[in-house]
Design a protein around this ligand. Structure first.
Ligand code: C2O
Length: 546
């Protein structure tokens, strides 16, 4: 195994998109940031220097960081932010993980432009469970704001209204030729006729689940969230923010140019192939020109589902399974039921500019009716480790034992979340089941839920209210997929299981950043176990202080 040293200098740099130049926060002047390539078992030391004017942290999304929460990165959870002018070196080892993950800023909305791929190859000599093509192409799907994304976030936080939508979706930072001033830079993927390539698709968009498709081609899914899957073939993927999907693509169509496209799922604004569709072009090297001028005929467009095509999204996600039988914990020690969703806080002063929700309210989001509040003076992990009282409480509430109609007539008491920094304590080594239930307060919506420090088996999901008497009988305990981010279906529920074998403080949140800033988050405090292999390692000397 090797140790990889990298330097990340977080700095502003002019970036031109959609005809305009913005001073953009980048890593080493690159947007998107650098893609890292390592092997399972390798160690990394990434020295992050903050040369920008905002606080920053970096999160290694999906990496387990066993006993090493200090390297996880969410600000005020496992570390204080790296302040302007300061430096912090993230040190960690890849332990039994391979596939596609990614890294991103975990500080306000900086991840809009501060992100890159983290590609983990198998150990030397260890095979892939599929025939690995010679070539691979990472495709990072993102969003571009034609203004400072932090201003968009600030405005939404101030008004308590919905944030402004981004101005473009992107593939590897480029909107593609359906957007203004973007034709020249459209990402091109050259292929030889008959060649196979691996696409590593990452949804790094801030606030948007996306459909993804390539005209005329079938895609074979082989891995999701850096866990191998039973291969299956599809024409369309649905990928939520935070999720990754590896697919095999064979250039088996007549030599020509084909659009690679991603379009929105679950939003009220969209028509196929308008400027909410980002494109790249798959270019067969032997494609014939159509005229003497050397012009290629326009690329074929893929069939993308409509923005509200929940049936396609659901059917696609249900196909993702582990390659063979897996060991799902069966004896459950912690059986948790969390409701997730939006809420409204009443405002007392009429026409308060801070209250732009319906009927003089502010939007909020919560889990079990608690809007998560990030501390400002300490990180939860440092407070836990040093025994500092008063930074958090461990009274994250259970929901009432009564079965409400969460997706219909939600009890009024659950409309107005309380604010708090409340953790849920888990015993080291306990088997945990969580059912996440969406509510219909304000609106039903898919919430891509991400758990730090863990991956989990997704054992079931459905629409409507979870029924604790009948639904568990339908759980897949044989070959459920292992993931780090899973959508709670709009007006539905999803059930996950994991063993609490990683001590520390671990954030769980909606990976739509618009919901994260409204409080759709909570954190687990997984207690230290007995031996050195069950306890958190000591904090590094350069860990930032608040
Ligand atoms: Cu990829 Cu807490 O995030």
């Amino acid at each position: 195994a090797e140790t990889h040293y990298h330097e990340f200098v977080v700095q502003a740099k002019p970036v031109k998109r959609l005809c305009r130049t913005h001073n953009t926060i980048t890593v080493n002047g690159q947007f998107p940031g650098p893609n890292l390539e390592v092997r399972n078992g390798d160690s990394l030391a990434i020295k992050v220097t903050n040369a920008a004017k905002y606080n920053v942290t970096i999160h290694w999304h999906g990496l387990r960081q066993l006993r090493n929460p200090w390297a996880d990165g969410p600000e005020y959870i496992t570390q204080c932010p790296i302040q302007p002018g300061a430096t912090y070196t993230y040190r960690f080892t890849i332990q039994d993980q391979e596939g596609t993950l990614w890294w991103h800023a975990h500080s306000r909305w900086l991840r809009a432009t501060v992100y890159g791929a983290l590609i983990i190859y198998p150990k030397l000599g260890s095979p892939y469970p599929f025939s690995m093509p010679k070539r691979e192409v990472p495709l990072l799907l993102g969003e571009w704001f034609d203004r400072n994304p932090l201003d968009v976030q600030k405005l939404a936080a101030f008004t308590g209204g919905a944030p402004n939508a981004s101005d473009a979706y992107t593939i590897n930072g480029q909107p593609g030729d359906l957007y203004r001033c973007s034709k020249q830079e459209t990402v091109r993927i050259p292929v030889g006729s008959g060649e196979s390539i691996l696409l590593r698709i990452i949804n790094s968009a801030l606030n948007q689940e996306l459909f993804f498709s390539i005209a005329n081609h079938r895609l074979t899914v082989v891995s999701a969230d850096a866990s191998y899957t039973k291969p299956f073939t599809t024409r369309v993927l649905m990928i939520g923010p935070g999720q990754t999907t590896d697919v095999l693509l064979t250039a088996d169509q007549p030599p020509a140019h084909y659009y690679v496209a991603a379009s929105v799922y679950q939003t009220a604004r969209n028509a196929p192939f308008d400027n909410t569709t980002t494109t790249a072009i798959l270019e067969y090297k032997s494609a014939p020109c159509s005229s003497k001028k050397g012009q290629f005929p326009p690329p074929a467009l893929p069939l993308l589902p409509a923005f509200n095509d929940t049936a396609t999204a659901t059917a696609y996600t249900a196909q993702i399974k582990s390659p063979s039988q897996v060991k799902v914990p069966t004896q459950i020690h912690e059986n948790l039921f969390f409701i997730v969703g939006l809420g409204l806080n009443n405002c007392t002063v009429p026409n308060n500019p801070r209250c732009q929700g319906p009927n003089n309210t502010r939007f909020a989001a919560s889990m079990n009716n608690v809007s998560f509040v990030f501390p400002r003076t300490n990180s939860l992990m440092q407070a836990y480790y040093n025994g500092v009282p008063g930074v958090f409480t461990t009274d994250f509430p259970p929901v009432p034992p009564v079965q409400f109609d969460y997706t219909g007539n939600v009890p009024r008491g659950l409309w107005t979340p309380r604010r708090g920094t409340k953790l849920y304590k888990l015993k080291y080594g306990s088997n945990v089941q969580i059912v996440l239930q969406d509510t219909s307060i304000v609106t039903t919506e898919d919430h891509p839920m991400h758990l730090h420090g863990y991956h989990f088996y997704v054992i079931g999901s459905g629409f409507g209210n979870f029924n604790p008497r009948t639904d568990p009988a339908k759980f897949n305990l044989v070959d459920p997929p292992l993931r780090n981010t899973i959508g709670t279906p709009p007006g539905g529920w999803v059930a996950i299981r994991f063993v609490a074998d990683n001590p520390g403080v671990w954030l769980m949140h909606c990976h739509l950043d618009a919901h994260l800033v409204l409080g759709l988050a909570m954190a687990f405090l997984v207690e230290n176990g007995k031996g050195p292999l069950q306890s958190v390692i000591p904090p590094p000397a350069d860990l930032p202080r608040c």
